[in-house]
Design a protein around this ligand. Structure first.
Ligand code: NAI
Ligand SMILES: N[C@@H](CC=O)C(=O)O
Length: 383
């Protein structure tokens, strides 16, 4: 089996002649919280790179007045565009050593991560479609870090910054083999099954989770298990496993008509979830069980991997039934943690925690001495 994270490492480093600048793609829940947190940290005296520009799917703003909050307002008020747009292509080119933050959910943008890294531009991302989609793209991102000498900060992509990816990478760097990862990896589905009472319609709770900013822009990405599949792929690849999307068996909660619907029709079709979920909950209650949406992979020493994602009815005292709110709760088993897994628990969704994880990665990269902003030998991916 090919190891996604074991490529040879760069001797060269990103050596910007001028201080690094920030560029932000995405001005939605997470992008907005990122700008607010930058402002708060700057006001508290934390030195941060200046914004070169901010953009969303409609416009790009060069932030000439150096007030990112105002740029955010202008971008949010910009008129809608027809068709896909790549604002950064028309923008003043980013320089080697600059830091690009991807707070979009765009596959088009994620397809550029490798290209930017290869040009020596650091990429910090909440968008899971870089490392959590096609295996070739994930491998290209690792190669591009080596070729461009730039860092890939992906802490926000799993557990909204909980020390999950970091822990797996450190265990692997310390010589451990990861045997299994199992847990509640979706903050929105965690929240839904912590709150769903079987009385009010499930669709009402989905709308609440969406309005609170816990779901993906399209909540079907969560409800179909796709978001958990992406996170599982990211974790497995951090563990050195070359997992393909199709290797993960996914049980979707989304009925056929809702899955096929245009984005504008989604809200009206959410009630199609209500009856099946009420039945699942009633059955679980009769069995003295709790519903939890769980993702899992298990790897044997010979390279075989089993990976699945779906709704499970678990005994109420099961380890994965702990937690509340948007908590993720994830057990990592490895050579070192063989009898008792390492368990990580905490909020796994929400704009503020996600923005904090993005900014942590930005700060880590910006604080590195210029000549060592390239990946270190123990951490080829992730900041
Ligand atoms: N909400 C959460 O708790 C978490 C979210 N994430 C990830 O953060 C990302 C953003 O999520 P939200 O802020 O909730 O979404 P959102 O829908 O509120 O915002 C997405 C933004 O991306 C922009 N965008 C789309 N295509 C673009 C393009 N081609 N160029 C530039 N900008 C583009 C949109 O205009 C919008 O401003 C997603 O990838 C999500 O998976 C990750 C961890 C937690
Ligand atoms: N939609 C995601 C947000 C974080 O990744 C989730 O529900 O976990």
């Amino acid at each position: 089996m090919n190891n996604v994270v074991s490529l040879p490492l760069p001797a060269t480093a990103a050596r910007p002649a001028t201080p690094p600048r920030l560029a932000l793609l995405g001005t939605g829940n997470v992008g907005g919280a990122f700008v607010a947190r930058c402002d708060a940290l700057r006001a508290a005296g934390v030195p941060l790179p200046a914004f070169a520009w901010l953009s969303n799917s409609r416009a790009l703003d060069p932030c000439s007045d150096h007030i990112p909050e105002r740029a955010l307002e202008r971008l949010r008020a910009a008129p809608a565009r027809q068709g896909p747009w790549s604002p950064w292509v028309e923008a003043e080119a980013l320089r080697r050593g600059d830091i690009l933050v991807d707070a979009s959910a765009s596959d088009l943008v994620a397809g550029w991560h490798g290209e930017w890294l290869a040009r020596g531009i650091h990429v910090v991302t909440a968008n899971k479609l870089g490392n959590g989609a096609d295996l070739l793209r994930a491998q290209a991102i690792v190669r591009a870090q080596r070729d461009g000498g730039a860092r890939y900060g992906d802490s926000a992509t799993v557990g909204a910054g909980l020390p999950l990816l970091r822990s797996i990478r450190e265990l692997v760097a310390g010589g451990d083999r990861i045997h299994a990862v199992e847990g509640v990896l979706s903050g929105s589905l965690g929240w839904l099954f912590n709150h769903y009472d079987g009385e009010r319609p499930f669709s009402d709770f989905v709308r609440e989770a969406r309005d609170a900013g816990y779901t993906e822009p399209d909540p079907r990405i969560d409800l179909s298990g796709e978001d958990v599949r992406r996170k599982l792929l990211i974790l497995a690849r951090a563990a050195g496993l070359s997992l393909h999307p199709d290797d993960v068996r996914v049980e979707s909660l989304v009925p056929e008509a809702l899955a096929r619907a245009d984005a504008v029709a989604v809200d009206g079709l959410l009630p199609s979830l209500d009856v099946p979920l009420r039945e699942r909950r009633r059955q679980a209650e009769r069995d003295g069980a709790r519903l939890r949406f769980v993702g899992r992979f298990e790897a044997d020493a010979a390279g075989g991997i089993v990976a699945d994602v779906g709704l499970r009815a678990l005994p109420a005292d099961h380890a994965l039934c702990g937690g509340s709110g948007t908590d993720n709760r994830v057990a990592i088993s490895s050579d070192r943690y063989r009898e008792q897994p390492l368990v990580v628990q905490g909020p796994g969704a929400g704009a503020e925690v996600t923005a904090a994880a993005l900014l942590d990665d930005v700060i880590r990269i910006a604080r590195l001495p210029q000549e060592s902003r390239a990946p270190s030998s123990s951490k080829p991916s992730g900041a």
